[in-house]
Design a protein around this ligand. Structure first.
Ligand code: MLT
Length: 260
């Protein structure tokens, strides 16, 4: 991986293919390897940029709190460094929250938006409390807490479970804690998307969501469609929260919509 120095951290990324710049942002608490099966399918059409968000994978972090907007800034600085002015931005789950924060902060730089197993709604007060409790639990007992809690919820597919168990187990406490706090404090984005629709959306939006997702239900994508009817929903029958691994080709097909 290559590394650049941005916003006080070292941000690691890899890049493959040629064509329309497409940033694929991984979810919580994973890293760019989430895209290992999808990126090769996309590389004939896209210049695929695969960052590790601050703290995850090979990127370093600073002391939290920081926000989704800060993580979006890291992506903007990466694009600056690569000399890319505009890109399609797609994110899985928490990566989708970062993609939305990027869109809000840098709308003129976005030529396509992809949300995979994600949502635009903010946390409920209960969910927010739960995140802070998990952050304390991780501080005290380590990342193993999250490995056990999340692995079965990410996918029912044993191959995927084995993969994510290993990836989560490699992540650092500060990354997991920082991301939990950033997710808890993230903004409600549905009104923003609704305003975007009313202002004549001029780029493609793709939503990819499994109907067996127990972490973020499919209804969350339908909620986005209700305020942003020009978005296209790819509903994946039988997919859980990791469609890029459970149904790599169908996920890539949904992302191809960003080239339309
Ligand atoms: C993720 O997969 O990135 C997280 O589960 C998202 C969340 O907890 O809201």
């Amino acid at each position: 991986m290559k590394t650049i120095s941005v916003n006080g951290i070292n941000l690691a990324y890899t890049r493959r293919g040629q064509g329309i710049p497409l940033v694929l942002i991984h979810g919580f608490p994973l890293d760019h390897t989430s895209w290992d099966e999808v990126a090769p399918i996309l590389e004939n059409k896209f210049d695929v940029i695969l960052p590790d968000l601050r703290g995850f994978g090979q990127s370093t972090t600073i002391e939290s709190p920081y926000s989704m907007a800060d993580m979006a800034d890291d992506i903007a600085r990466l694009l600056d460094d690569l000399g890319i002015e505009k890109a399609a931005i797609a994110g899985h789950s928490m990566g989708g929250y970062v993609a939305l924060a990027f869109l809000k902060k840098y709308p003129q730089r976005v030529i396509g938006l992809g949300l995979i197993s994600s949502q635009a709604a903010a946390d409920t007060p209960e969910r927010k409390d739960g995140r802070y409790k998990t952050a304390s639990d991780v501080a005290e007992n380590g990342v193993g807490v999250v490995v056990e809690a999340m692995t079965p919820k990410l996918s029912a597919d044993m191959r995927v479970q084995e993969f994510v168990r290993a990836v989560i187990g490699r992540q650092s406490k500060p990354a997991v804690i920082g991301a939990l706090k950033a997710m808890a404090e993230r903004e409600e984005m549905l009104p923003y998307l609704s305003a975007l629709q009313n202002n004549h959306l001029d780029f493609p939006v793709t939503l990819i969501h499994g109907d067996a997702d127990v972490l973020i239900p499919l209804d969350r994508s339908k909620e986005i469609i209700s305020v942003l009817p020009s978005a296209k929903l790819f509903e994946l029958s039988g997919a859980g929260h990791m469609p890029m691994m459970e149904f790599a080709q169908a996920t890539a097909d949904g992302l191809m919509f960003l080239a339309s």
